[in-house]
Design a protein. Structure first.
Length: 143
């Protein structure tokens, strides 16, 4: 290994924090993208000029690059849910919490979607266990 590699990696061969294994970045292989990158500064100046002249599409493009799109983030919600209950009862508790105003409806919807996923995972696990039990029973009968 080159001497520079020993300076940028730790004893286990991992990159040191803040050091890139590819400092020049990923090469641009798309010819159209390469052409755009070569003219990026001129294109940005033109877009800004058009926006200042009143072109609403150019203005929208410039603003969308300056101000990132708003993505709502929900505050954490704490619900009193008995996790020893079955999934149906837990689902009812989530719906009741939303109805009582303890959590926003979209948070309740996300929780219910998670419960649905958990139900499918549980179902698959139970089917797997039942299939394994049947296979063991058949294997015993053959012997």
């Amino acid at each position: 290994m080159p001497d520079s590699t020993f300076k940028t990696r730790d004893k286990k061969g991992r990159w040191q924090p803040g050091v890139s294994g590819n400092p020049q970045g990923r090469p641009i292989t798309n010819p159209a993208r390469q052409m755009l990158m070569e003219k990026a500064e001129d294109l940005m100046k033109k877009a800004i000029s058009m926006a200042l002249e009143g072109d609403t599409a150019a203005l929208n493009t410039c603003i969308s690059r300056i101000i990132p799109q708003y993505r709502p983030v929900q505050a954490p919600v704490s619900l009193e849910i008995d996790l020893d209950d079955d999934l149906t009862a837990i689902g009812r508790q989530v719906v009741a919490a939303a109805a009582d105003g303890q959590c926003p409806p979209d948070v309740a919807a996300n929780l219910l979607q998670g419960l649905g996923t958990l139900a499918r995972i549980t179902e698959i696990q139970e089917l797997r266990e039942r299939l394994e039990a049947l296979e063991r029973t058949l294997k015993k009968r053959k012997t």
